[in-house]
Design a protein around this ligand. Sequence first.
Ligand SMILES: [Zn+2]
Length: 682
Amino acid sequence: MTRLPPALKLAACLGTALLAHTAQAAPTCYHNYGAIDAMKPNKLFLYYPTANDATFPAYYANVSPARTFDIALLPGAPAGTTAQLRSRIYDVVATDYCEFNVQVLPPTTTNPDSLALPPARRNMVAIGADTNASLYGVAEAVDTGDADVIDHARVFGGSYGVFCSADLSGANNTLDRWAMGIGGTAAHEAGHNYGLSHSAVVHSGEDAYTHHIMPAGPSMPCANRVGERRHFSDQDFGILANNVGLTLQSLANWDFVNPNAATAARLRMEVLSRSATLTPVSTYTGSRSPWNPPAVSGPSGTVMFKGLSYNRFFVTWQSAKTWASPNQPGSLAGLVRGAEQFHVGTQFVQEDILNTSDQVVIVDATLLDADGNALALHPRVPTFDTGTLAADGSFTVNLGNLVAANLVLRNWQALVLPRPAHIDSLMRDREGVLKLFDVQQEAITPWREVKLAEKAELPAGSVEKPAQASFLLGNLFKDGHNVRIKFSGANVARDAVVGAKEVNPDVKGALATDPFPGASVFLEGELVEPGALQWNAEKKAYVNEDLVTRVFLQIAGKRAKPVDGALTGLLRGQVVCANLATGKKISLQAADDGSFDCERAGLVSLHGDRVEISQVALVNAKQPLVQVGGLDIAKVTCTNPASGKTVSFKPEVSTDALDCVKAGLEVGLQTTLQITQVGTVH
Ligand SMILES: [Zn+2]
């Protein structure tokens, strides 16, 4: 938890070049895409010293020096090179952090602290070939809420050759198995530094905890450590998503029908984006799509939408592939015959960067023939936003209609998910069954289902006057977080030691929560154009019937961060919590044990909001303390109203106990003390 002494940060450099990216195996993560990956603010380093590095901080026994990593130094080493093993470990860790706002950097042999311009938010895992008496690895802290932006961890690679030698022998002594062991431990220790405690909690429907990354060391058998790609549990996924964020913002899939008699060879969508470029990513290319990923043209001009200027793009599915329609036999590659049903879906890179970009707006969908001529009748497609968490706690998603046709939303439901679903699972199978799974093909069990209006009008609209319908997906104050862990003790054990207890307690007054209403929300339902003119393949005639597009959406939950805390040696505390971003202010009384919780009292605070908390209380101890969770504190101000004296300071780590007396303010017993904290919700 504590920051490094400055002397250690100025230590000698071991060379500067990162190893070439091209040497790495490709992680099975569709979110790792060049420039976007580089924009993720949280950097996770896998540091392999080429010589013992005594400048690595000695935050725990035997972590410093960070020992040399060389495959030849591992007890019972597998065949292969050091570079190959590093590459496969990278693959494991990068996959574990795939959908988080964390860039797992390629292996480096440079101590990241010694870089000329080290990234501000850095989690550094030093991996040595040394063996520890009882540990596979140890993190600097269980950094609740990720309050400390610079953290270290150590992995003792050689421990695998000792503790797991039976599972790493003979035909089982492979690079992949070593990489799953060492990579799993690297992901685990990095997880502590991002705020995860030990946990063997299994959500109903979830796989066994031995497949998860964060159980305590003694409870994880070697067979699972080196035999499989472990993953974050539902609970841990949510806490990580709230602490560091997700790169996923929204995904959309559609079951369309060609309402024309003529065969379509292309599907073109008109899409608006605030970004100068539009790049489809993670496109559905399964057996029900007639096409490979779409091409994008534009921007071609700008359009005003809701008072903002957007760039206009055309996204066209046209590259033919074999496919099979669910409602007509003998589908032809790249072609959709009259009344034939097909499925497409995509997500745009521009939607999923850092929670800062504006939404992508879908204006219209048009089917084109092989010559590029537009067919007269359009399948209908709604636009949708990324959801809003309002000051009253309600989380709402809006669907919009920008075309001149009266539409109806029918049979909608929402599922709150613990982990984002993969785009290939955002659909019903031929039996009508929904099977949501994640990027690692793990089945997802929703936290809960949300009942939505069975029918809602979505009248004719336009870009200038969009028609809108809203779905309420929950209320933060009524529904709360799915995962909400409150810590009450000090973290003494730090990590798994053989025989140690299961769960690491953590910083007093600190909370771990998931985003609201969950890591993501899946919505599905029908968009209906009642009595629409359309081709009927059986009657071989045009009819007037409901034209139905089945819509599958996924949006990310909001990073609502509870701000809470506790008073020690301070009685009858009056607390005021103010969100300076929204102007909302809440007054509350601290509980008898000194604790207070701004969110429970009705304050919504999102990641990045500026918040001010102040406490006024009666001093009842020589060293009165305040502790606050959920906030990156920029300034603490302590005032003694009796003397009129004030002191200000900035705590090294925001979750540390705030001590006005240590900061130089004189306070007397049974007098009043006022303490104010201003900071950013992290
Ligand atoms: Zn641990």
